[in-house]
Design a protein around this ligand. Sequence first.
Ligand code: PLP
Length: 450
Amino acid sequence: MISPSPSHPITLPTADAAAVLGRDAQVIAGVEKLRFFPLAVDSGEGSYLVEPGGRRLLDLSASWTAAGLGYGNPEIARAIADAAASPAGVSGLSAISTDAVALAERLLDLTRMPSGSRVYLGNAGTDANEAALQACRRATGRPRVIAFIGGYHGGMGLARAVSQVLNATAPADPHVTYLPYPDPVRPRTGDATETLTQDLSALERNLDIGDVACIIMEPIQSDGGLIIPVDGFLRGVRDAATRHSVPLIVDEVKVGLGRTGAMQAYAHEGIGPDIVTYGKSLGAGLPLSAAVGPASILDCGTASTLLTSAANPICARAGLTMLNILDREDLSSHAADVGAQLTGELAQGVAALGLEAVVGDVRGRGLTIGIDIVDAGDLGRRAPYRARKAAYRAWQLGAVVFYVGGNVLEVTPPLTLSEREAHEGASILLQAIAEADTVTDEEIAPFAGW
Ligand SMILES: Cc1ncc(COP(=O)(O)O)c(C=O)c1O
């Protein structure tokens, strides 16, 4: 393998960062830790996170996509400060604010849902999916939820139970069924078209049973390994759901709102869901999520989620401002352009640096990009240990990137990423992959990641 000459010198975190990490180990609960390297952050600016002591890191994760606009956007900061200075209460449970209503109207507009649709406003992707899933069960009177192998929809409750990546051996809920999600890069049968046909037949057979409350699907599986399904899958699921009158929930929490180069990731196959869920980037840094769907489902079971901070007016103002910026700056087109540049530079760099033995595939849509790390150029030989080390090396070199599906570096920078930053990101990632072996087992041992 040819190694690039190191262009990004390693600058290890300062003593200040180490001190924060030491305190973290003493006080922050392990139940909310998913750590890939010793990252401590003091502030953020644009596409960069700044460690205590001042080291700047290009954030190629955008805080798992939650920082869609990057960090410190002045318009968002002003909107939040204004809303917080004279808040319309801080709960939407028993009083509604103008901003929350305006946000709901805006989301109905954006999704072009039929009139009579409703919006649930919540705090996180998890509760938006939970609210949608539970409402489907109540509205249909049917128990079973169909979800997909490799899917992730949330960390608690039914949203967790339908997340196959967290329930590898069996669903955590007896009425959840996981079905295959066709991966064109590693088609189960060896052929993408045949895999698609088989997977849609499996879905059809399950729907025929007649006890299905809803189907929940990611338009691109992210935590499952950045899998862009075989062309025709989203359309096939949509058609099957319609034929059986089963509501289809499309989870856009991670890749929605411009990230794939279209406002909705499901639009790449021209489909429309019955319910769509959003989270992460929607709140532009504040906790905010939404589920948008028919009143016949989302009005079912009044007061059944009961989160005090749902529809929080300050978060709603942030969300409204975020959607204004997304539109005004046409950030989905920007994501398409700069994403194509970044994917192109990565693919060219893999060839130019002779990294084909360790990079099996570079794939993406807009700024949702996966770098599939393997052994001996063989897609059948995933290399999770190398992905872990490459992510760690990238952090040493000055970038934040995490891995998903065990062996895929997931590149989801802020939608505002500039061309120069995309170039810097590609260069750091290529160097990190080439130099992954310089990271020792001892260094990564404390960082289990996924
Ligand atoms: C597709 C998808 N849905 C839902 C969630 C849950 O979102 P949150 O962690 O904000 O609850 C995630 C989080 O990673 C996600 O990737």
